[in-house]
Write a protein that binds this ligand. Structure first.
Ligand code: NDP
Ligand code: X2W
Length: 341
């Protein structure tokens, strides 16, 4: 099939393009940029891809005429402005940005500090956390955020099975700089990042409401989470160290059974008791690896999850949503091995 991609010049868009080039069910990828620009040679903007394709000026009618679906890998706020014609036409979209993930307009405006999409459009959007839902038959799929995916996959077995005190969740999450996109900021400047660790957006991160929204679907009694983010001097990767108090009668067997039941048939999530993952074991892949352990002294459970923010946290999960939407096998186009050294 022919697919459209808006945002190939961005970090997640370029990784998505690379995955689509190798996807056996994709015949052609039409690339789109900003509406006001002329067609651009991809070779000029991303010479390292060594491809002769053009980036076409953005035109929603052209996208719907020449493709069977479209991916948006654009900055926050762009699809709020641009997605209306696709939603009106029920044309399949996979949106990597956060615009349509939060069901509450007030919440989006509070956390993203941008105007929210229309209520009627939010009602049509589908939160594509691929390990727990299936995008088949959906038309507007929101790809989950990178920190949100890492955290939700770590907490899901415990929250879904009501094994923890719902008000005790603490998440200490860390990310490489590619999570911030290609625009240089003071925080991500080499001089500031290299050999440094920096907390940012403490208690203000836009993925807090996204995580809580999903946790509440699994267990309404989860009131909030304590969530902090730290910038690592690395390009790729997220590690979320999560802590929660086990309910009084919960045993190691209960915790193990919950993780095994949840993930034993999952292609991309591996959870192991007492073995804590490193970032490098997932960098370059679509895997999320999880280690967990109940501490018998404190009765706290520690869960550590890692993933590549540009793959499982963005472009890889977008391909999973694409595979679900069009009924391709889950692993199609995602047979990746980690960067070994
Ligand atoms: N980086 C990551 O790890 C993750 C990112 N995301 C989300 O995915 C989206 C893309 O992120 P990322 O790749 O980091 O961002 P980048 O800043 O690296 O890239 C943004 C892309 O959007 C394009 N763009 C911006 N405005 C418009 C517009 N009006 N019309 C058409 N194209 C536009 C840019 O084009 P140009 O180059 O011409 O400006 C660029 O290609 C974001 O919403 C982000 O939150 C989600 C999960 C993880
Ligand atoms: C390192 C870094 O800055 N990471 C970004 C990742 C979040 C992201 O991509 O945001 P949305 O998908 O919600 O738009 C951040 O913390 O904001």
């Amino acid at each position: 099939m022919n697919v459209g991609l808006v945002g190939v010049t961005g970090y997640s868009g370029s990784v998505l393009y690379e995955l689509l080039l190798h996807h056996p069910n994709v015949d052609h990828i039409n690339l789109y940029g900003h509406s006001q620009t002329e067609a651009q040679s991809l070779e000029k903007v991303l010479p390292q891809l060594r491809r002769r394709d053009n980036i076409l000026p953005y035109d929603s009618a052209d996208i719907m005429k020449n493709n069977q679906m479209v991916f948006f890998a654009t900055s926050a706020g762009v699809t709020t402005e641009l997605a209306a014609p696709f939603i009106e036409a029920n044309f399949p979209v996979i949106d990597l940005a956060g615009d349509y993930r939060l069901k509450s307009r007030e919440s989006y405006e509070k956390w993203y500090k941008k105007p929210a999409p229309k209520e009627e459009y939010l009602k049509k959007s589908f939160y594509g956390l691929t390990d727990f839902v299936n995008s088949k038959g959906q038309t507007y799929v929101c790809n989950p955020g990178c920190y949100a995916t890492t955290t939700l996959l770590a907490l899901a077995p415990l929250v879904q099975n009501h094994l923890i005190d719902p008000s005790s969740i603490v998440v200490d999450a860390k990310s490489g700089t590619s999570g911030a996109g290609k625009k240089l900021t003071e925080l991500t400047h080499f001089t500031q990042t290299d050999e440094n660790l920096q907390l940012y957006k403490v208690n203000q991160h836009q993925h807090i409401p996204e995580i809580v929204q999903q946790l509440k679907i699994w267990d309404e009694s989860v009131p909030y989470i304590q969530f902090t983010t730290t910038l690592l001097p690395l390009t790729r990767g997220i590690m979320a160290s999560c802590y929660a108090k086990a309910k009084d009668n919960v045993t190691e067997d209960d915790v193990r059974a919950a993780f095994v039941r949840t993930y034993s048939d999952d292609t991309f999530v591996n959870a192991t008791e007492g073995v804590f993952p490193t970032l490098k074991q997932v960098t370059g892949t679509n895997f999320c690896d999880i280690g967990y352990q109940l501490n018998p002294v404190t009765h706290q459970i520690v869960i550590v999850s890692v993933l590549d923010n540009l793959l499982k946290g963005a472009a890889g999960q977008a391909i999973q949503n694409f595979n679900q939407m069009f009924d391709y096998a889950p692993e199609t186009g995602l047979d990746l091995i980690p960067v070994l050294l």
